[in-house]
Design a protein around this ligand. Structure first.
Ligand SMILES: [Zn+2]
Length: 244
């Protein structure tokens, strides 16, 4: 946020350039303060310089300053709207505006159990500003609850206490299978080396062995999102295609 000192400098420059009286500054200060809440000092400074140096047919207003700030931010590589860092609520801070969702439901016509996982937008201001086109998790929940083609069994969503979904929430079928296999092996008396490690970790005795350096180069990671985002733009999709 622009600090009060910079805001005063900006107002002084503006007042001097466009013949504003001293009272004007006091009057508009709260308004400017609010408008510049998410603006960096450096951007505000540049914008004011630009405004004061331009020729104006009519005296510019705060709206012009805001437009100029967006222009400056755009020139600096931002997208114009992305004035500064977003302020997220505690529930989405760890995922920077998104809430991870895993919905468990049955498609009634086929009696088929399905899981839909996605990233949906949080409902706080920061998330709304950052992802204007992404659907929020609450509307997804409402939509799934009201969809007569399916029965919703569970709707897991990340929050301040749990920023990632657990395996049993993301992949309930695989989790159940894994638990079943563990049980079966236990029953057969097959030794599970992971349990030894787990026991040691629990009582704090576990020290990882020295790691041997792998000479193979690291595989190239592809910078592509793997999680599907929930968007309200697509409508009326067959629930079997997944979806919503
Ligand atoms: Zn949030």
């Amino acid at each position: 946020m622009a600090n009060p000192h910079m805001l005063n400098i900006a107002l002084d420059m503006f007042a001097a350039s466009f013949n504003k009286k001293e009272e004007w500054k006091t009057e508009v200060y709260p308004l400017w303060e609010h408008a510049m809440e998410r603006v960096k000092d450096v951007h505000l400074h540049k914008a004011i310089l630009n405004i004061c140096m331009k020729l104006h047919k009519y005296p510019p207003t705060l709206g012009h300053v805001v437009e100029e700030v967006k222009e400056v931010v755009r020139d600096a590589g931002g997208n114009g709207m992305e004035i500064n860092n977003y302020i997220f609520c505690d529930d989405c801070m760890m995922n920077e505006g998104t809430r991870r969702v895993s919905a468990h439901f049955t498609i009634l016509s086929q009696k088929k159990f399905k899981v839909h996982t996605c990233a949906a937008r949080c409902t706080c201001d920061g998330a709304t500003q950052k992802y204007p086109n992404m659907g929020d998790y609450k509307s997804l929940l409402t939509r799934m609850t009201n969809d007569a083609r399916i029965t919703l069994h569970a709707f897991h969503v990340t929050d301040r206490r749990q920023s990632q979904l657990r395996m049993q929430e993301r992949e309930p079928q695989n989790y159940a299978r894994m638990m079943r296999v563990i049980k079966e092996r236990e029953h057969l008396g097959v030794h599970n080396p992971w349990m030894d490690i787990k026991d040691k970790m629990v009582d704090g005795r576990y020290v990882p062995e020295e790691i041997t350096i792998n000479p193979r180069p690291m595989p190239k990671t592809i910078d592509k999102p793997t999680t599907e985002n929930y968007t309200t733009i697509r409508t009326n999709i067959d629930p079997d295609d997944c979806i919503f």
